[in-house]
Design a protein around this ligand. Sequence first.
Ligand SMILES: Cc1ncc(COP(=O)(O)O)c(C=O)c1O
Ligand SMILES: Nc1ccccc1C(=O)C[C@H](N)C(=O)O
Length: 436
Amino acid sequence: MNFENNLSFAQKLDEADQLRHFRSQFLFPNYNGKDFIYLCGNSLGLQPKVASEVLKGQLDNWANYAVEGWFDGNEPWMFYHKALKKLMAPIVGALPAEVCLMNTLTVNLHLLMVSFYQPKGKRFKIIMEGGAFPSDQYAIESQVRFHGFDPKEAIIEVFPKEGEEILHTEDILAKIKENADEIALVLFGGINYYTGQWYDMETITKAGHEIGAIVGWDLAHAAGNVPVKLHDWDVDFACWCSYKYQNSGPGGISGIFVHEKHFSNTKLNRFAGWWGYQENKRFKMEKGFIPEAGADGWQVSCTQVMPMALYHASLQIFEKAGFIAPLREKSITLTGYLEFIINEVNKDLGFEQYKIITPKLAKDRGAQLSIIAQRNGKQIFDGLMANHILGDWREPDVIRLSAVPLYNSFEDVFMAGQALLKVSKDILTSKRIKND
Ligand SMILES: Cc1ncc(COP(=O)(O)O)c(C=O)c1O
Ligand SMILES: Nc1ccccc1C(=O)C[C@H](N)C(=O)O
């Protein structure tokens, strides 16, 4: 599409947007008394207006039924997750039995590694992307230590080539092949939190399987953002948080995926708890753990009803929006427009002040663009905040902006560009004056 850098063009795109009415279903931040343009769904999605009502429903159930709420009422808590997993499964391309809602992300990463990182002999290494989100690095380091290995030996990190930001798939594949006999687990983030790069999940999964490794994905930045087909791609396991692109609220419930091909493998280790026990016998309180079938058998503690209620509110919106395909279609154009607008700012400034390190092709990215300001990065970010544009800053030097198709408009993107131009001129001009 040929984009234009003016308000009426952005508004025309909004008028033609089939998803535009979803915007009014969210609460936009009124931070320090100012209405903000929110471009930070990559960190925390906005609150659906219906969230308080859905949450209130469960508070009422608690008030009315107390402990009987587990078994009685219109949504007994014992089975609450079942309705939700039906809505979550299409978001990640899974069968409902392959997914479960439980805990938070890093906890689930640990629980799944207990099952799927099973080093044997010289096959004891984990391969991951260099510069993964720190929580993943810490989790993986502590898991290899738990098995008695030194992280320096047991973890292979794949970094971009010297001077590049982006990992080439062929370099990942080459590293997998190079270490074919030693890799037990391939474990990448679907989309890297810093660069916004979406890895070629299908190809990497296949390459991991070809050398006899297990393949898992952390989909924190991918779930609800890009179309993934965990079942069809034959992914072994995955987990994600739901508070970013799936708007479940701070600390919201996490999702896990275990491919159905593993359901009958009784040899998998688990850190078990009573909620993963066979559901119809759970309350018999018998000795000897027997897992419930499917991903539900990885549950440890009882259902976190209130976080699930918040997630439920958002899943209902996803269902109305047609899950991922329509969102993705808009997202590609919206992010393309954001990229165009940032490049227009460069043009207006007369030099490349902003370098987008996220890949250019839609197949290699989701909603997020990671931008390095060549000069005064942190000051520019603070300036955006002062002008009511809310993205986020990640050390050492990236501004992350994401236009989310469920609630962001093309006008948001255009206005953010106007603010970026103003802030850039203010800061860079005053700097030049100071330097003169
Ligand atoms: C890739 C990735 N992994 C792990 C986390 C940590 O998630 P949590 O704090 O829910 O465990 C995040 C976000 O905070 C993330 O982006
Ligand atoms: N859970 C959080 C709590 C506090 C502040 C940020 C987060 C994030 O989720 C950060 C995000 N994972 C990131 O990619 O930076």
